[in-house]
Design a protein around this ligand. Structure first.
Ligand SMILES: NC(=O)c1ccc[n+]([C@@H]2O[C@H](COP(=O)([O-])OP(=O)(O)OC[C@H]3O[C@@H](n4cnc5c(N)ncnc54)[C@H](O)[C@@H]3O)[C@@H](O)[C@H]2O)c1
Length: 304
């Protein structure tokens, strides 16, 4: 039996997901990291089939998923080219999916609103919808969730919009016997987990973390999208701050200083962003030699 998956958003995460699905299907055991399971709950990786996909970018809509995952502005590393899938990316409802700036750059007009989500989900007989829309796309996410609830299919919400944590939606999903997993995901070795690992070094070395900063250079269009202060607040603010400071003894004090400063953005690879607050202070330099930080990071990213 297959798990039939629909993707909302064919961006960089979708690209990594689709590449990984095909790559690890045929990879030998020794090439498969411990975090990737070839079999889970009786299902094999080969049982996962992507049967539908939505996007709004004219460079992705209307083409086969196997090509759309490599269309610009996607810049995820290319590790595996999957075979032609036969799944043509459908145009989704735009709503607040893209900032005006990105919309202009991609040539997406406001008029290009369509709502065939329910029809595509039911026609493709999808079992689960994986939401990979840009951060801060609240209205668009809710539109996809409504369609999935109406179609009676499961939802994996991989983005920082409250869906599984929304009481009303959770109640309706329970009633409809629709499982929801979420909200948001964390990259295996991304900025958040590295930041969290460094922050955790402070209490372990009896030092006090007073302020901390995450400065992201480069990144994908989701980072460009987060340069908008409002989208950052709606999207990543909580998931970029709380996991990092939650077990610091003075987390309320650190939180007080958390603020947003954004700088420039441009095409893929030139964006920078100052995500949260200020600078890190510690009580003694020898407590934090580079050797120690490096060893700790190696250890923590395995553990957390
Ligand atoms: N990259 C990571 O490591 C990471 C980690 C945790 C969470 N996330 C979350 O995953 C989400 C996706 O990240 P990404 O890096 O793939 O972003 P991305 O910008 O590369 O991809 C988003 C895709 O969604 C499309 N889109 C925009 N509005 C749409 C709509 N209304 N309907 C259908 N498609 C629409 C865009 O055209 C784009 O192709 C973000 O919300 C991000 O917060 C990413």
């Amino acid at each position: 039996m297959c798990v039939r998956v629909a993707l909302a958003g064919v961006g960089n995460c979708a690209s990594a997901l689709v590449q990984g699905l095909y790559y690890y299907r045929s990879a030998s055991k020794s090439a498969t990291p411990a975090t990737v399971r070839q079999r889970f709950a009786g299902y094999d990786l080969a049982d996962i089939e992507v049967v539908a996909a939505f996007d709004v970018d004219p460079q992705k809509v209307g083409i086969d998923l196997s090509e759309a995952i490599f269309a610009p502005a996607n810049c995820a590393a290319v590790v595996h080219r999957p075979p032609k899938s036969g799944v043509v990316v459908a145009r989704g409802p735009l709503l607040d999916g893209l900032t005006p700036r990105i919309r202009k750059r991609l040539g997406v007009s406001n008029d290009e609103i369509s709502d065939t989500v329910y029809a595509v989900l039911t026609d493709s007989r999808a079992d689960v919808l994986v939401i990979l829309l840009p951060s801060g796309a609240q209205a668009a996410t809710h539109r996809y969730v409504e369609a999935a609830l109406a179609a009676g299919i499961g939802i994996v919400n991989a983005i920082p919009v409250n869906i599984a944590n929304n009481h009303e939606i959770a109640m309706r999903a329970t009633e409809a016997k629709v499982p929801i997993i979420g909200d948001d995901i964390k990259s295996q070795i991304g900025a958040t987990i590295v930041h969290k690992a460094i922050a955790e070094l402070f209490p372990l070395r009896s030092a006090l973390l007073k302020r901390t900063i995450q400065l992201d250079w480069a990144g994908d269009s989701d980072f460009e999208n987060l340069v908008s202060e409002q989208r950052y607040e709606l999207g990543k603010r909580a998931s970029k701050t709380h996991p990092i400071i939650w077990n610091q003894p003075n987390r309320d004090e650190i939180e007080k200083y958390a603020s947003l400063r954004s700088t420039t953005s441009g095409s893929c690879g030139t964006k920078r962003r100052l995500l949260s607050a200020s600078r890190a202070l510690c009580s003694g330099t020898c407590q934090f030699g580079s050797n120690l930080v490096f060893r700790f990071l190696m250890h923590s990213t395995r553990r957390v």
